[in-house]
Design a protein around this ligand. Structure first.
Ligand code: ADP
Length: 419
């Protein structure tokens, strides 16, 4: 005799009910997740709003003090550094929120890897200098073309370089090297820092979970956590997201705590490059690696009204072994030039008061050996190039400056007879 049907998990009705309950749960979770993402995006946006006026006020304060000839106070520098830090965190937070919501748009263009590297180095250079760390850069020859968003790719590399610095001792060595293998370019950032335990390697790119009750690292208790808690775990989440948006991948390697780390980014190289064709035609498809280190011992004057830009550029040149001086207006440039007798002058065209063209004209006609004059400009128009040549500039560089170009200019200038 057939048994009477009782509702149990094995009956079709009950199964349907369970399935429906699961679907509802999934919908609720997805909903909560979306609300979380929306909240993060909004939070980041709100946090960012007050940063801009604080920065402007700080800049005004600084300019006023500079105009009065007063030295910059330590406190101003502290505010600025902390503001930069806060702004970076907020930007990262916004970016992560945008990536998870699929709202990051890449502004792709044809670029050289060297340009991206130079931008990234410029970002981390103040920190490296502060921590007296030595960065060695080795890029492939011929240059590697990439179709990508320069700002985003520079962000990937500057995050990796920033971590290499942050998780290493003062005075340590950091390496950035790249290699082209077929249609892939591999960029490695190495450090000799605290390293990463094996079991953490796979997870470092997913540290960011703002709603994890145990904190960003899931309540790790292996003593590694103190150092790891230095940050929110946003940086590598971004590195991964942005690299993957470019069709690339990223991986972390480390022999373990105290053994340093290696982060490897792989990106598709662009096709149809003339330099590559030339290399192939000459039968050399093998990578030749040259370092960015160029001749040293030159005297260089850097003129830019942005104190940070000028100072960090000069410092970079000092690290390269040159005697470099940074000044911030035309009058100071003329004075410094007659005292320093520079081999090369990098001159921002958009100086307040006496502009870069006027300064160049005076420098070109001054008695004594004429320095190599390099214009630095944010505008690539033919007109300003023509005018730059007319007043005596030997070269025009576009911002952001390509470090490789700078070092090449220096190397060539220092080979000139009479130097
Ligand atoms: P944050 O540095 O803000 O914590 P990241 O996403 O950049 O966030 O890094 C996540 C974690 O990965 C870090 O907290 C750190 O534990 C580890 N990490 C990243 N880079 C390095 C490195 N070069 N050496 C050692 N550990 C690293």
């Amino acid at each position: 005799m057939p048994r009477k049907r009782t509702p149990s998990s094995h009956t079709p009705d009950a199964a349907e009910a369970t399935a429906e309950a699961l679907r509802q749960q999934a919908r609720a979770l997805a909903d909560a997740d979306r609300r979380k993402d929306d909240f993060i995006a909004m939070l980041a946006h709100e946090l960012r709003t007050p940063l801009a006026p604080i920065r402007t006020a700080l800049e005004t304060l600084r300019r006023r003090r500079a105009a009065e000839g007063a030295l910059l106070e330590h406190e101003l520098l502290v505010i600025e550094r902390q503001l930069d830090h806060l702004a970076r965190l907020v930007d990262d937070l916004m970016d992560v929120a945008r990536i998870t919501r699929g709202r990051v748009e890449l502004r792709r263009q044809r670029l050289e890897l060297a340009t991206i590297v130079a931008m990234a180095v410029e970002t981390v250079e103040p920190e490296l200098r502060r921590r007296r760390q030595r960065l060695e850069v080795a890029l492939p020859e011929p240059p590697v073309p990439i179709d990508g968003d320069p700002v985003r790719l520079a962000q990937v590399l500057s995050n990796l370089l920033g971590n290499a610095s942050k998780y290493s001792e003062t005075g340590s060595w950091i390496g950035l090297s790249a290699l082209r293998e077929g249609d892939t370019v591999t960029v490695r950032v190495r450090d000799e820092g605290i390293g990463i335990p094996r079991e953490r390697l796979a997870k470092v790119f997913d540290d960011f979970d703002p709603f994890d009750q145990l904190g960003p690292l899931g309540g790790r208790t292996d003593g590694f956590v103190e150092r790891a808690r230095d940050g929110l775990g946003l940086g590598l989440t971004l590195v991964k997201g942005l690299t993957e948006m470019h069709g690339g991948s990223v991986e972390a390697e480390s022999e373990g705590p105290g053994e340093g780390s290696v982060f490897t980014v792989r990106l598709p190289a662009a096709e149809g490059d003339e330099a590559e064709a030339a290399a192939e035609a000459s039968g050399s498809s093998r990578e030749r690696t040259t370092t960015l280190r160029a001749a040293s011992g030159g005297r260089v004057l850097v003129v830019d009204d942005s104190i940070d830009t000028a100072e960090s550029f000069a410092e970079l040149l000092r690290i390269e072994g040159h005697e470099a001086l940074a000044v911030h207006d035309g009058a100071a440039a003329l004075e410094a030039a007659s005292a320093l007798r520079p081999d090369v002058v990098f001159l921002d065209l958009g100086l307040p008061g006496m502009n870069g063209f006027d300064v160049a004209e005076r420098l070109a006609s001054a008695p004594g050996r004429r320095p190599l004059l390099v214009a630095v400009t944010g505008y690539g128009q033919e007109e300003s190039r023509r005018r730059a040549r007319a007043v005596g500039f030997d070269k025009v560089l576009l911002k952001p400056i390509d470090l490789r170009e700078v070092l090449e200019i220096l190397a060539r200038a220092l080979e000139r007879p009479g130097t």
